[in-house]
Design a protein around this ligand. Structure first.
Ligand SMILES: Cc1cc2nc3c(=O)[nH]c(=O)nc-3n(C[C@H](O)[C@H](O)[C@H](O)COP(=O)(O)OP(=O)(O)OC[C@H]3O[C@@H](n4cnc5c(N)ncnc54)[C@H](O)[C@@H]3O)c2cc1C
Length: 303
């Protein structure tokens, strides 16, 4: 008997061998051994307490910064879907948002509440959980500039409370243990006219449309910007903008529009996408002498 035959009983959904590709922007990758969509945070905590501690557990947001490998993901993948995880409330100058809420929805709520500072979230197509993990940011602002605190659950199902400083944020990186599942975050904005906030959000949205392949199957920035360099320039100089590369499928490429964004033009596999990234990393190092570090998280088993 395997651990999958003795899963704890839950109020949410437990799905075996569930393909994860449809839950990611790249639309590639294998299945989760088990996908768990908890009914609420109590359901999740009870599940984490009850399941064998040796079983790996990870959480997926809306998959806008991940490659799920073709061999699927070992253990349990959790998705915080639905209302109990997506609430957004404002009080005074603070905004409380569930980890499953989209960043863009939080930006919109900040405009309605007349709070400035969260506009940049309109340009990031992930969830609050993903933003807390990645210290997501753009146009000179990062999650660390607006976050007050957050709480989550440990692998053992115990609640942990983090203030901003506990995260130890640096560029697209958090020092918090990777196995904490974030449930809710509190942000602080600065009072401003709702129309002024909304206008800045509209500007960010239209700028995105023009500069990023947001209608493609992509994972956002592939590499972090190395100190003193822009990754898109390095990819470009190494000659990889728009060049198709295939390993096991129809091939992947770096976008013509933004050469730090990889895209799946149709029939790519995760091996194509990750393989392309690795080739470019090696070439940028050998041709240009700069070390590129992945920003996209790669999860699961190769096929
Ligand atoms: C078109 C496009 C544009 C983008 N532009 C930007 C940008 O300007 N700036 C930027 O910073 N990013 C950008 N991204 C990347 C991405 O949107 C962000 O990193 C986002 O924060 C990821 O959120 P997600 O919900 O999609 O997380 P996922 O991609 O699903 O996961 C990313 C990581 O977060 C973890 N995670 C997710 N939810 C939780 C949770 N509740 N608790 C614990 N860990 C969790 C996952 O385990 C994984 O390690 C862009 C992506 C795309 C596709």
């Amino acid at each position: 008997m395997s651990w999958r035959d003795t899963l704890p009983s839950v109020r949410g959904k437990l799905l075996r061998d569930e393909p994860l590709g449809p839950f990611t922007w790249f639309r590639v990758g294998g299945a989760a051994d088990v996908l768990f969509i908890p009914a609420d945070a109590d359901d999740l905590a009870a599940f984490l307490k009850a399941i064998d501690p040796a079983v790996p557990v990870m959480v997926l947001g809306v998959g806008s910064n991940v490659i799920v490998r073709d061999g699927g993901v070992e253990g349990v993948v959790i998705r915080l879907a639905g209302r109990p995880f997506a609430g957004i409330t404002t009080e005074g100058d603070t905004i409380t948002a569930g980890a499953g809420a989209l960043d863009a929805m939080v930006a919109k709520a900040s405009a309605r509440a007349g709070l400035a500072g969260l506009e940049f979230y309109a340009g990031i197509p992930g969830t609050i959980g993903g933003a807390l993990t990645m210290n997501a940011g753009c146009y000179g602002s990062e999650t660390k500039d607006i976050l007050v605190s957050a709480w989550g659950l440990t692998r053992a199902g115990e609640r942990v409370d983090y203030s901003l400083t506990d995260f130890g944020y640096t560029y697209r990186h958090s020092e918090a243990p990777a196995d904490i599942i974030w449930i809710e975050a509190v942000y602080r904005g600065t009072p401003d006219a709702p129309e002024a906030v909304a206008a800045r959000i509209a500007e960010i949205t239209s700028r995105r449309e023009q500069t990023q392949p947001i209608r493609e199957k992509t994972g956002g920035s592939t590499f972090k910007n190395p100190p003193g360099h822009s990754s898109w320039k390095l990819v470009d100089e190494a000659g990889w903008r728009g060049k198709l590369h295939a390993v096991t499928g129809g091939g992947a490429m770096f976008s013509e529009l933004h050469s730090n964004f990889m895209i799946n033009p149709g029939e790519a596999t995760a091996a194509d996408i990750e393989g392309l990234g690795e080739i470019v990393r090696v070439e940028v190092q050998s041709k240009l002498g700069v070390n590129l570090e992945w920003e996209i998280k790669r999860i699961g088993r190769p096929s």
